[in-house]
Design a protein around this ligand. Structure first.
Ligand code: SF4
Length: 381
């Protein structure tokens, strides 16, 4: 293998609007976490000790195209060179003050607040585009059956006070309009169903079908994107049905990573790759024009990433990637990160692999995946 992961420095293009040094800091913040003096970084949830979330909003003063605040883990002082003190960000004790940016803490409502159970991610407070993307969560089980070791969603694994596990799409939309105003759906540019696993293809498809009917009736707009992460739909017939329900023609499958699939993911999600290929082939046969794989960078070695992606490309089973960075939210999860992925250069090299293999980053990007990958892609293109 001729070093597939080497960054082509000659192809790095200067881009006036991007502060590359600060971009590396953003990446490193996701890797190392942030220390906040005076706050216990650990909390106990379902008997486990986990790091608290810390949302850091980093907004360019001029551009309106920004992502939601970075979701970071709050860690002990010895874990990280980053700290947040009196509303300011520090790196090894030195204040980070990127030109043209404002940085602030974007607090979340307390865990017990029912806001977390409303079934939609709205509005994106702290960004200029409060209503750009609407994500609907149709299922709240209190504990996703996936039970993946790398997952941070046990932060949201809580049941509704009445113990119900399903979010009725009609009720979600009704609440949304009540909270945000009758015209809000007109401002939404794309809608996605992001949910825990359903475990049954038919049940998932029924939910998607009824949700699409509801959002169309509520006036979302029948020409606007309506998609979902559809790892529950795996058989050819189910995929044909799914193809009639979503727009545009994109099958989104949560691949996550190649190595340790059987150890780091639950058995339903962590299929070995030789069982993943037929699912993606079915998606092609069902007529999907684009296969989008959600990929979590930081767990594979770069060689595993390259070999895995190359094979998918050779089989014609990937067109685009929804990229995110693995962030550890507990001491045990820190061990899941590949040793090479502690270096921010790893992510540049990963992006370089995607470029070399001709894989595009999913566009429009998912709202909280937007940076730094989009700019990294441009940097290495
Ligand atoms: S299936 Fe998804 S939500 Fe469920 S535990 Fe695994 S990664 Fe988390």
């Amino acid at each position: 293998m001729n070093n597939p992961t080497k960054v082509c420095k000659s192809s790095l293009q200067p881009m006036e609007s991007v502060d590359w040094d600060f971009l590396s800091h953003k990446q490193a913040l996701q890797i190392h976490g942030i220390y906040v003096p005076g706050t216990d970084p650990l909390q106990t949830m379902e008997g486990r000790k986990i790091f608290r979330f810390f949302r850091l909003s980093i907004l360019p003063e001029k551009s309106s195209d920004v992502c939601v605040p970075l979701k970071l883990s709050m860690v002990p002082r010895q874990n990280t060179p980053y700290s947040f003190v009196s509303g300011e960000l520090f790196y090894n004790g030195e204040k980070l003050c990127p030109k043209g940016m404002t940085i602030r803490h974007a607090p979340l409502l307390p865990e017990e607040n029912t806001w977390h159970l409303k079934g939609y991610t709205f509005p994106f407070e702290g960004t200029p585009q409060l209503y750009k993307e609407l994500r609907l969560n149709l299922r709240i089980s209190g504990s996703c059956p996936g039970r993946c070791r790398f997952c941070h969603r046990w932060h949201s694994h809580r049941l509704k006070p009445d113990g119900s596990q399903k979010n009725n799409p009609r009720k979600i939309l009704a609440r949304l309009l009540e909270d945000e105003g009758g015209e809000v759906l007109k401002k939404v540019r794309r809608m996605l169903v992001i949910s825990e696993l359903f475990g049954l293809e038919k049940r998932f498809l029924n939910s998607i079908s009824s949700t699409r009917d509801v959002v169309d009736k509520f006036g979302y707009g029948e020409d606007k994107p309506f998609g979902c992460s559809a790892s529950d739909v795996r058989g050819l017939e189910g995929l044909k049905t799914l193809h009639t329900l979503i727009r545009p023609s994109r099958y989104s499958f949560s691949l996550e990573f190649f190595s340790g699939r059987d150890r780091y993911m639950g058995h339903y999600k962590g299929l070995p790759m030789d069982r993943v290929y037929p699912i993606l082939e079915n998606a092609r046969k069902a007529g999907f024009r684009e296969i989008q794989l959600n990929y979590l960078a930081g767990i594979d070695s770069l060689e595993e990433l390259y070999d895995g992606m190359k094979k998918l490309v050779e089989l014609g089973l990937v067109d685009s990637l929804g990229l995110s960075t693995f962030t550890a939210f507990s001491q045990e999860q820190l061990d899941l990160r590949h040793e090479s992925a502690w270096d921010p250069l790893y992510y540049h090299q990963a992006v370089n692999v995607f470029n070399r293999l001709g894989i595009k980053v999913f566009r429009p990007e998912s709202f909280d995946m937007g940076t730094p990958y989009s700019v990294l892609m441009e940097k290495t293109e």
